[in-house]
Design a binder for this molecule. Structure first.
Ligand code: GLC
Ligand code: CA
Length: 555
């Protein structure tokens, strides 16, 4: 694995460890389970895996609340299991990206416990964002910031003598206190954590809430505009508009210095290790600052993810993405699904407002699209995405066409969003249900006992990997075929595409190298240009039906 800058064109497959494969049958996926099933990711044609967190954690936010950054949570296995996983991945030719959570720790982390014990004004408290409250006896939070998961972003602690004490900031759950990135000690600790995993051979890091680390001086009050997503950004913000006002906790300029430092740490190692930022920053020209040559290698293109299935806006976002990133010498990335959003096999066909992180549930059942219709559209969207130059991120289960699970009973929900909003927002559990491997096995092959931390629906039998393996028309077969063609024709590695005119308003037509790609987002059939069809998201003859994308070599 010596190809330089492999990440520029890579297909990267996200594994959500809790829900991929469970080796010991306790109902929660684990590292040995992943290792045993990893060849399926190689068979798909991916170049790398990104693993969501498996470090020591009380699991209040499914592992995004880390209590020890350099050890593995017993739920997922041991450090030796992590080493075995990395070795197996490399043997299969897959790079390994792990998830690093620097914005906050778990409240069980020894740093936070020390901060609580040491009291106000201590160097230990300076690792976190402690402040005095406002109002009489400091009974009110230091400012009006809200947690991404709902409710106030501040929690008051109790002093060792039982009196009410200071408040600490948590942009997420109260069990996830924000670190103070102005502290040189915090910075040094994270450089060590990077080195620990780099020494173990990981090929890179996906950096969680990368746009949240630095908060504006003085922590001023702030009320986000209605149009802002819960993670920041402003869906729909365009490059030719005025720059949207920055939230005092998202995308502050100070973050760049941190990632320049990390860039240097990675550069000490061989093999082109990479950083990919989870930064909900818009417009694209601002996001592109994250991947300047001395910073991160990649950043997720959430603008693309949040674009509706609508030809004109999609065309613009594709054009703007390639241009904005090219301006700093970086390729774009593309993504349609992950563990925080409604699966795109459902999302792209819903027509009502649904904020990122809000999820779907029983209250939405009646207004949801029929799932085969929605899947058809998702396949067309995937076929478009995989034709674009740059790197594409896939989320486990999308290659099976899995829909969002919307009928989970209230009692099984685990996302802190559900609890912190009193059930007003369902949260993200619906995209996290353990995935099906075998139609006729316990837990659909997720394990051997049938246990599952979120209940699997009966329709999983229809989507199971073993059923799709042998069906050339399955979603799995489509992913494999298109990923293979993408590599064969070097689509990921090309610098640019040409958007083709003359195909009508509801069509996206483009040329990437030798390949012409046509996506029909309208409601009637189109004539396909003369040529040879290489692949398509649904059967095509002379015509291209609605919600279908075809790749062809034109005559
Ligand atoms: C990121 C993760 C999400 C998590 C949050 C807090 O957005 O992707 O799952 O809840 O950060 O760590
Ligand atoms: Ca397990």
């Amino acid at each position: 694995m010596t190809d330089a800058q492999w990440w520029r064109s890579a297909v990267i497959y996200q594994i959500y460890p809790r829900s991929f494969a469970d080796s010991n049958g306790d109902g929660i996926g684990d590292l040995p389970g992943i290792t045993a099933r990893l060849s399926a990711v190689r068979d798909l044609g991916a170049d790398a895996v990104w693993l969501s967190p498996f470090m020591t954690s009380p699991q209040r936010d499914a592992g995004y609340d880390v209590a020890d950054y350099t050890d593995v949570d017993p739920v997922f296995g041991t450090l030796d299991d992590a080493k075995a996983l990395i070795a197996r991945a490399h043997e299969l030719g897959l790079r390994v990206i792990i998830d690093l959570v620097p914005n906050h720790t778990s409240d069980q982390h020894k740093w936070f416990q020390a901060a609580l014990a040491a009291g106000p004004g201590s160097p230990e408290r300076d690792w976190y964002m402690f402040r005095e409250g406002k109002g009489e006896n400091g009974a009110l939070p230091p400012n009006n910031w809200e947690s991404v998961f709902g409710g106030s972003a501040w929690t008051r602690v109790t002093n060792p003598d039982g009196t009410p004490g200071q408040w600490y900031l948590h942009l997420f759950d109260e069990s996830q206190p924000d670190l103070n990135w102005q502290s040189p000690l915090v910075r040094a600790a994270f450089r060590d954590i990077l080195r620990f995993w780099l020494d173990l051979g990981v090929d890179g890091f996906r950096v969680d809430v990368a746009h949240g680390l630095v908060k504006a001086e003085g922590l001023p009050d702030y009320t986000p505009p209605k149009s802002a997503g819960s993670m920041g950004g402003r869906p729909g913000a365009e490059d030719d508009e005025d720059e949207p006002e920055l939230a005092p906790y998202w995308g502050q300029d100070g973050v760049h210095e941190i990632y320049r430092e990390w860039h240097q740490v990675l550069a000490e190692y061989d093999g082109d290790r990479a950083l990919c930022g989870e930064a909900w920053v818009e417009p694209l020209s601002r996001l592109a600052l994250w991947v300047r040559p001395d910073e991160m290698q990649q950043t997720f293109n959430f603008t693309y993810l949040e674009t509706h299935w609508q030809a004109e806006t999609l065309r613009e976002v594709i054009r703007d993405s390639i241009d904005a990133f090219a301006a700093v010498g970086a390729p774009s990335t593309w993504v349609l699904s992950n563990h925080d959003v409604v699966r795109h096999a459902t999302r792209l066909a819903i027509s009502f407002e649904n904020q990122q992180g809000a999820g779907l549930g029983p209250r939405d059942l009646k207004r949801l699209p029929e799932r085969h219709f929605a899947l058809r559209r998702a396949r067309a969207a995937t076929a478009l995405m995989l034709s674009l130059p740059g790197s594409a991120y896939l989320y486990q289960g999308e290659e099976l066409g899995l829909p969002e699970i919307v009928d989970l009973p209230d009692e099984v929900r685990q996302d802190p969003t559900w609890f912190r909003t009193g059930g007003e927002r369902y949260g993200r559990d619906g995209c996290r249900v353990p995935i099906p491997w075998e139609a006729d096995a316990p837990a659909y092959g997720f394990n051997k006992t049938g246990a599952s931390w979120l209940p699997q629906p009966e329709l999983w039998a229809e989507y199971a990997r073993d059923v799709q393996e042998s069906d050339p028309a399955s979603t799995l077969s489509m992913y494999r075929e298109l990923i293979d063609l993408r590599a064969q024709y070097g689509l990921g590695a090309n610098a640019d595409i040409e958007l083709l005119d003359g195909f009508g308003e509801d069509v996206i037509a483009l040329r990437n190298g030798e390949v012409t790609v046509i996506a029909n987002l309208g409601s009637w059939d189109l004539y396909l240009p003369d040529g040879r069809v290489l692949g398509a998201s649904a059967p095509v003859g002379r015509n291209l039906p609605p919600d279908t994308t075809a790749w062809l070599i034109t005559a």
